[in-house]
Design a protein around this ligand. Structure first.
Ligand code: ZN
Length: 433
């Protein structure tokens, strides 16, 4: 098997297993463990030393390597992304029965395309918190079987749906069915208890969500696209960690290579683990605490951040939704994102830097800018750059159906992204001063 094939298989396995941000962080930590990285615990004291480390906080993960040849005062090259994706989340009480069918309520997490959750075979995953002998324990939960379903109303009962569009009320129309009057369990929490609890355990609470159990697939006549859930933004997460591992094993560095992947981007990043939290500043502080005397201001001024997230490829059925001067296409190169209103953080300096890196590594690039009469989406780039005051580049791969439960992107672009990240992690300061 060629290297390219095995890498794509590894990515596809990761996409299928990373059904929640907690699973994504866990899967990435296993890749790092295999590569010899050491996990640090935020509740312990960190004795700074050279080597490769990572730390996890609530579905976010930060990993870095301190090569012998580099001082922390040379600055950091940080690749950032997000581990969460829009989906449907289980409520704290999971009961309800109507017309002989057992159901529970959901909350919409982030800007999900609601129609894409209908008529799919849905599993459940996330984390549960249990107690035993007065102690709490956090554990991952995964039910990758079609235990839940949200059936769409038949067209015979909704005659105008194709002309007027589908309107879904999340409280009323998105309650999944999971059992009927013959089912033994009374509520879905009984299902969870039966599936995961050990003898002396009590199920206290959960952060659980639905996922489509259909595995990802290569699509198109030449297998040129990846069809998967959570392309936004797990492709960036996998590419970033793979590039960091490859970078630490073989590249020379001018700055300290780091990857920071955050939970809660899809709901604004304000949380204990989000990009607006103290997670990244705190990790940087702790790395800089030792050696004593490291100049934080100098370090930050010499650092830069690459925020990798999806871009909207021009949709052939809706060209009027795109700025035709700034179209981006799948499998045609990385999209460098610009927005004067700081919805993307890329400045002229950042764009120039990204273009130079692309040219030197022979990676095609495209420039994305939203239509001026449509509000632009955003990402963690502006949030992280505000928090740290470091130069930030927003870029990513073009894709279709962003925030659908099934998205599409180009295979060649994933290879370009990994190549670019590898090149970026080994790069020196942004400007020749
Ligand atoms: Zn995203």
């Amino acid at each position: 098997m060629t290297k390219g094939h095995s890498e794509m298989e590894a990515l596809m396995g990761f996409m299928d297993r990373s059904t929640s941000p907690f699973h994504a962080a866990h899967e990435l930590s296993m890749l790092l463990d295999d590569a010899g990285f050491t996990q640090l615990d935020e509740t312990n004291r960190w004795d700074s030393r050279n080597g490769s480390y990572y730390v996890i906080r609530d579905g976010s993960i930060i990993a870095w390597a301190l090569p012998d040849s580099v001082s922390v005062e040379d600055g950091f090259t940080i690749v950032a992304g997000h581990t969460d994706s829009p989906n449907l989340r289980l409520k704290p009480i999971l009961s309800g029965e109507i017309s002989g069918l057992k159901q529970f309520g959901i909350e919409v997490y982030g800007g999900a395309l609601l129609n894409t959750w209908l008529d799919r075979d849905l599993g459940v995953s996330g984390r549960i918190v249990t107690s035993s002998n007065g102690k709490l324990k956090e554990r991952l939960l995964m039910i990758s079987e079609p235990v839940c379903r949200i059936p769409q109303l038949a067209i015979h009962l909704d005659r105008n749906v194709n002309e007027k569009g589908l309107v879904l009320n999340p409280q009323q129309h998105l309650r999944p069915i999971w059992g009927d009057e013959h089912s033994i369990q009374e509520s879905f929490s009984d299902v969870l208890r039966e599936r995961v609890l050990e003898n002396d355990e009590y199920l206290e609470s959960w952060d659980l969500m639905l996922h489509d159990i259909q595995p990802c697939a290569l699509a198109g006549i030449d297998n040129q696209w990846l069809s998967s859930a959570r392309i936004d933004n797990l492709v960036s997460c996998f590419s970033a960690i793979s590039s960091l591992i490859e970078s630490t094993s073989r590249s020379s560095h001018a700055r300290v290579p780091m990857v920071a992947l955050f939970n809660h981007e899809e709901v604004g990043s304000n949380s204990t683990a989000g990009a607006a939290s103290n997670f990244l500043p705190s990790v940087l502080d702790r790395i800089l605490e030792n050696p004593i005397g490291a100049d934080k201001h100098k370090t930050l001024a010499k650092s830069s951040l690459l925020s990798s997230d999806g871009a909207h490829a021009t949709h052939p059925n809706y060209p009027e939704k795109h700025d035709l001067d700034h179209q981006v296409f799948m499998n045609a190169g990385l999209a460098i994102k610009r927005n004067s209103n700081e919805r993307y953080a890329t400045t002229a300096k950042g764009q120039g830097f990204a273009q130079l890196l692309c040219k030197s590594a022979d990676i095609p690039f495209q420039i994305f800018s939203n239509r001026s009469d449509i509000p632009c989406g955003s990402t963690i780039g502006p949030i992280a750059s505000t928090r740290l005051g470091i130069e930030t580049i927003d870029m990513g791969i073009p894709q279709f159906a962003m925030h659908s439960s099934r998205e599409l992107c180009g295979i060649t672009d994933i290879k370009y992204l990994q190549k670019f990240m590898l090149s970026y992690l080994g790069s020196g300061s942004l400007l020749d001063t």
